[in-house]
Design a binder for this molecule. Structure first.
Ligand code: AMP
Ligand code: MG
Length: 323
């Protein structure tokens, strides 16, 4: 029985997993009053909600905390104050329960949760607020095949939405507005190999908006330009690695149009598309516990005092001994 803690950015989440089955997955998200995340405030949020969510997860799973064998913690990568808040909480609990900590890379957890819906060896399209990466396990490592060279896809969408006065988070509002929009054939489609870039498109969208273009048309065109870039990069990684599975991860993965594009691409190349349900697409403790259990079962665990945060740890820096 593994309990997992997610704390890398805006979400504090607690999940409980037993033999690959997720028994609880609760979360609470810090929402800034205006603008983007203030790391210190998000960390304060995490400290305030951690105990409550811990108890909620245990109650939901219907287990006594004495049954916990280890605590999985998302110790990398992320915002330092948030990671520290999670680390302190995990250490305190680990010492109290006399268990060890399994340090889990957040991005790898987005890939591994794909196993819970049937993927075995997928390419991950990780499309979240700050992160946009194409990741797959190849030759002994989780490798990053492509990534954004500037903004994460979600931050790009949110920035444009903020410019257009739509509020945060912008993704769902852009998705709704896109439903009645028309295509504007004028946005930069920017992909180099498997890397993508969004800042040119962001500038163009803002210019068009300021000149009076319809928000519906801009939203539709944003989706019809930015998402194919992601799908093209993911397809290239699949072709390169010879993998026949795609998993979607991250909050932008909640977008039905992005899911549809992924599904069509996979059908066309006779591959399988796996989209975890929403609660496992967004940041969550369930995926940390799920990945933590796989690592724990292969002997990876540390004394609480030895665990540290690794804010900038890249997925391909992780020494993998459990696959
Ligand atoms: P994450 O960083 O993974 O928690 O994801 C948060 C990001 O997902 C934010 O930038 C949201 O705007 C974005 N998002 C959430 N729902 C949608 C959606 N339906 N379409 C596009 N983006 C979305
Ligand atoms: Mg994430």
């Amino acid at each position: 029985m593994i309990i997992g803690i997610e704390c890398t950015a805006h979400t504090f989440g607690v999940g409980i997993v037993d033999k690959g089955k997720i028994l609880a997955n609760v979360r609470d998200m810090y929402v800034p009053a205006s603008g983007g995340i203030v790391p210190m405030e998000s960390a304060k949020h995490h400290r305030e909600v951690s105990e409550r969510l811990w108890n909620e997860a245990l109650a939901k799973a219907g287990i006594d905390e004495k049954k916990i064998e280890a605590i999985a913690l998302s110790n990398a990568p992320g915002l330092s104050p948030c990671l520290i808040a999670g680390l302190h909480f995990a250490k305190e609990k680990a010492k109290k329960l006399g268990v060890q900590i399994v340090p889990v890379n957040h991005c790898i957890a987005h890939l591994e949760i794909g196993r819970s819906v049937g993927a075995t060896d997928p390419v991950l399209l990780y499309a979240s607020g700050a992160n946009t990466q194409i990741i797959a396990f190849a030759s002994g490592k989780y490798r990053i095949f492509g990534e954004t060279l500037d903004l994460g896809i979600g931050n790009f969408i949110d920035k444009f939405a903020r410019h257009a006065g739509m509020g945060f988070p912008g993704g769902p509002k852009i998705e709704a507005a896109a439903k009645t929009g028309k295509y504007i054939d004028d946005l930069p489609y920017s992909i180099k190999g498997m890397d993508v870039s969004f800042s040119g498109m962001q500038t163009k969208l803002q210019q068009l908006y300021d000149k009076g273009a319809k928000l519906e048309d801009l939203s539709y065109s944003l989706q019809e330009t930015a998402f194919p870039m992601l799908v093209e990069a993911a397809e290239r990684a699949m072709a390169h690695t010879g993998k026949k599975e795609l998993v979607l991860g991250g909050g932008v993965g909640c977008n039905a149009r992005l899911q549809e594009m992924c599904r069509i691409m996979c059908e066309e190349r006779e591959a399988k598309f796996f989209c975890p349900e929403r609660q496992y697409l967004i940041d969550n403790g369930g995926m940390i516990a799920y990945t933590g259990e796989i690592m724990f079962n292969s002997g990876i665990k540390m004394e609480a005092d030895k665990v540290d945060i690794a804010p900038r740890e890249r997925t391909d820096d992780v020494k993998v001994t459990w696959r």
